[in-house]
Design a protein around this ligand. Sequence first.
Ligand code: PLP
Length: 396
Amino acid sequence: MLKAQRTYPWRMAENTARPGFETRAIHAGQQPDPRTGAVITPIYATSTFAQDGVGGTREGYDYARTANPTRTVLEEVLASLEGGAHALSFASGMAASDTVLRSVCRPGDHIVLPNDAYGGTFRLLDKVLTGWGVEYSAVDESDVDGVRAAIRPNTKVIWCETPTNPLLGVADIAALAELARNAGVLLAVDNTFATPYLQNPLELGADVVVHSTTKYLGGHSDVVGGAVITSNTELHEQFAFLRNSAGSVPGPFDTWLTLRGLKTLGVRMDRHCDNAERIVEALRAHSAVRAVYYPGLAEHPGHEVAAKQMRRFGGMVSFAPHGGQRAALDVAARTELFILAESLGGIESLIEHPGQMTHASTTGSPLQVPDDLLRLSVGIEDVRDLLDDLLGALDV
Ligand code: PLP
C-alpha cells in the first residue's frame, strides 16, 4: 500500500489531535507490509516499475527519478514532523536549497541572506546564482528592521537560518514571517540546527523549511541528504518539477538510512541538548575560554526569541579560547573523543575550526567568521567523558 501520491491523516492542518512527535517519527506513513508483514519499510532498489498496459502504473510509480516507494515514506514522515502538507527529499542539503532558490528566482531577482549563513549557502549565492543574474544582500537577521530595510522591489526570498552556523545567532521566525507576508516575499527557513523536534518554522508562519538531513535527521554521520517541506501546494509542485527535471534525488539506500535515523530523532535530541548544556556550563566556568555562543545562555542576545520559538536550545556550541587562532587550532588538535571533522548532528562529538574548515569559503566576505572560533557538535556519549576530553584539551 505504498502510493506515489497519497493523503496522510496525521497532518497538522487536518488533525489537531495528531499523535506525539516520537510516535509520528516511528509510524507516520508506515505500516507493516500487507504481503509479508515486514515491519520496516523495504529499500526499493529499482529504477523502473512495471506498467499494466501503457500508462497503467500500479501505485503511481513509473520511474525512480520521479518517485520511489522508500522515498515516499521518508517524505510522509518529514512532512508530518514539520507539520507541512508536502515534503521532498534530496541528494543533499545544498540540492534542497538550490531547488528552492532556483524554483523561485529568475535573473534580476534578489534574495536576503543572513550575514552568518552556512558557508555553502553563501557560496551557492555568491559564486553560482549571481552568475545567473540573481542578487543578494547579507544582513544580520536578528534585526528585523535591518531585514525590512534590505527588502527591494525585486526581492523574492528572505532566506533565514536559525540558529545560525557557526555563531548560533537567532532570528525571530514569526516576525520575519509577518514581514515577508506584508512584502509579498517568500520566507524559507533552514531548520538544520534546530530540527523539527525543537522548532517548527511552518507553524511560526514560514512558507518553506529546508534541511540538511545529513545532520541530526539522519543522525549517524553515514548519509548525505536534504529535504524541503511546505504546505503551499503550488510551490511544492514547482520544487518537485525542478527536482525531477534536474535529477537531484537521493538513492533508495540513503533514503532508508535517513528514514531509520528519524525514528530516534526525539530521544537523540534530548540527549544532545542535555550534553550541550553541561558542556556550556563547564566552558563558561573555564579561565582559558574567552567567549561561549549558545542560545540557551541568558546573556545570548537571541535568548528570549530562542526560548519563545524553540523547545530546547540544541546540541551545537561554539566558543573561543583566549590566545587567538593559534590557541583555537591547538585545542582542536588536542581533543580525542571530540573528533576533528566537518559536519555535525551525528551521535559522535565533533570539533572544528570554521574559519579554515566549513566556512573557509566566506574568507574576505562580510560573512567571515572570527579566526579564534571553534564549533562543537556535541554528541550523545557519556557527558563525563566529553567533559574530560574537552577540559583536558583546554587545561595544558
Ligand atoms: N544548511 C546548514 C545549516 C548546514 O550546516 C549544511 C551543511 O553543513 C547545509 C545546509 C548543507 O547540507 P549538505 O552538506 O547536506 O549539502
